[in-house]
Ligand binder design. Structure first.
Ligand SMILES: CC(C)(COP(=O)(O)OP(=O)(O)OC[C@H]1O[C@@H](n2cnc3c(N)ncnc32)[C@H](O)[C@@H]1OP(=O)(O)O)[C@@H](O)C(=O)NCCC(=O)NCCS
Length: 214
């Protein structure tokens, strides 16, 4: 098991620990991803498309991703409860042109990445509202901030009211970015959120938990 970076007590007193994901987590992450999509996007994306989501294909892609992050620029974490991975968060360099380093200013080795993106965060539906999402996102934000990154963004479906409520509760705000994407044969709109700079003690508002290594 990897280093545990974040431990939190859930409302029902069970313990959730957050740790860096390893290739051995690929299957669990794929299962959480498919179950999460099917539950979260019911009524937003076509039912047939959601039914057809494939755990095995996602597992293969995740294993490759987790095995190939040699420069540690695309960290992912999982949340464990009672020995089972119940959620994951994935992050890495931003995909948006407006967040790329200015042309002509190549990154100096060791300099902090100017911006990072949270690509996805999903919790197994039977563990929604357990505190797992908050614990994982807080871990990712802290890690990127420790690396010196100042701009943190993510994209969320405009119609995903629950996901947006979660992000807004833990310190993220829409930054005006919008894009239409094709998913499952329909066009849907995504909105971009940005993590807000918070005053000293900000981490208390994200998490009621303790950090340790072990
Ligand atoms: C969004 C998600 C990752 C949040 O994880 P979670 O473990 O369920 O959320 P937490 O228990 O950490 O919630 C923290 C706070 O966010 C807010 N929140 C979470 N889910 C919410 C919802 N469905 N509606 C309104 N507010 C919500 C609440 O204020 C909550 O605190 P509270 O329970 O003490 O009131 C999870 O619900 C999920 O996987 N959803 C489906 C996928 C998704 O939408 N992902 C985001 C877009 S990529």
């Amino acid at each position: 098991m990897g280093i545990v970076v974040h431990v939190t007590k859930t409302p029902d007193s069970s313990t959730i620990s957050v740790r860096r994901a390893s290739p051995d987590d690929a299957q669990a992450i794929a299962e959480v991803g498919v179950a999460g999509w099917q539950a979260a996007y019911r009524g937003i994306l076509p039912a047939g498309y959601l039914r057809g989501l494939n755990v095995v294909a996602r597992e293969v892609a995740w294993r490759m991703r987790l095995e190939s992050d040699d420069d540690d620029m695309a960290p992912s974490w999982v949340a464990d409860r009672a020995g089972r991975a119940i959620g994951f968060v994935a992050s890495g360099p931003p995909r948006d042109d407006d967040l790329q380093p200015a042309e002509g200013s190549p990154r100096i080795d060791g300099s902090p990445p100017p911006a990072a993106e949270i690509y996805a965060i999903y919790v197994q539906p039977d563990a929604w509202r357990s505190g797992a999402g908050r614990a994982m996102l807080s871990t990712a934000v802290q890690e990127w901030r420790q690396r010196g990154t100042t701009g943190l963004v993510l994209w969320v479906l405009e119609a995903n009211a629950a996901g947006r409520a979660f992000y807004e509760h833990v310190g993220w705000r829409p930054d005006g970015g919008r894009q239409d994407i094709d998913l499952g044969g329909v066009t849907v709109t995504e909105v971009r959120y940005r993590f807000q700079e918070l005053p000293l003690g900000w981490s208390d508002t994200l998490s009621n938990s303790s950090f340790r290594e072990g």
